[in-house]
Design a protein. Sequence first.
Length: 492
Amino acid sequence: MSGTFVGMPAFPKAAHDAVRNTTLRANLKHATHTIRNKRARAVAELDDWALLREAGKQIKDHTLRHLDTYLVQLEEAVTAAGGIVHWAADADEANRIVTRLVKETGETEVVKVKSMATQEIGLNEALEEAGIAAYETDLAELIVQLGHDRPSHILVPAIHRNRGEIRDIFTKEMGQWGRPAPEGLTDTPAELAEAARLHLREKFLRAKVGISGANFMVAETGTLVVVESEGNGRMCLTLPETLISVVGIEKIIPTWRDLEVFLQTLPRSSTAERMNPYTSMWTGTTDTDGPQAFHLVLIDNGRTDTLADEVGRQALRCIRCSACLNVCPVYERAGGHAYGSVYPGPIGAILSPQLRGTTSEIDASLPYASSLCGACYEVCPVAIDIPEVLVHLRERVVQGGPATRQGNRVVLKPAKGHAAERAAMRAAGWAFVHPGALRAGQRVASRTRRFHPRTLPGPGRAWSATRDLPQVPAEPFRDWWQRTHGKKESGK
């Protein structure tokens, strides 16, 4: 991946500041609770939800095991349908390819469908450096762009903004980007949506180049699929003369029939709808209908490294529904910006450290951005065991060890700041295999309990600063059991 958000601190510092923003917390609580309650009702309508969930998991796992085969099949199908496939090993290569393709058209403006892959590689910034203006057309992405902001949610990037803030952004910024906001704009949803529609309409009708991502790519037919709720995607995918789709290699599925599963689970898990209002599919190019030039840019950018990790690879099943964010108590309080990535929440806590590595301070902190409550796993429509991967990545951060980076097997060094933790774990491990020492330590701790501090000294302060130290009991469990049950058992 490209670098973290500019200037972002590690998660604990960013979250520490975010939880003190009462407006942010109110916005997040209202939005996440509303979405997750609607999702629960939508999922409850299907008696076979558990079977669909398992089917999605199996399809994704099968595809990942045979990713090389299906990618070649996809390339052949797209090419046969009139499209051109480009391969990008990393963000820089993907940005160079897209920039070149836009320049070859002679255009200096593009319209974009909401795409996390293009955010991941920093495409808008790369195009801007090349003198090309990229206009976001999704309503929430438009709010983020006009507000010179960063997305904070997978599905609703502007979830941290309320209606009053959105009105102020539209009033102040729309005129700098195109058609200004209407005079006397209020914060009612209908007026805000109408202001965005009028602002974007002229861009749709003028644009010659469209840029999209894709929710799915069908290897069997070379078909790409985008699901959305506003219609802006349909405009971007059909009106421009040239369409460039930038997609992660993990978005592939083998057959057309596999869509049957995901077009049931994705809408319910994301927008709590039975189906998305707009499901757009395109296969190459067709004379006199839609874009006359289609380019597919397939990006790796750390995905094959992630695939090499037997535990962590399940993160590549993700279909970007955002259900895990909406149930996460940590995300609800800290917000998406604290994760320092376009992938916030529980899925971001396991995906970003794998795509980017754990060498930076923020990526080393992300596996700890969780209470391990397991709510994210329960709602995931493809059964990603996020708590399992979090624990796996914590072990990598603390102990280092073998990993794959840029296609090469390497041995990672332990991250800085965990020496005391490693020492404590080694001491605990030694004590647990020496019962006599463990028993003596327990008795000493019980008899000195009145002298125990309320907080830990030294590096331990980082743990006890946000937790109450558990009180040591008056006697160890072993002694209590021997006193209350030992004699009876021996008498039998």
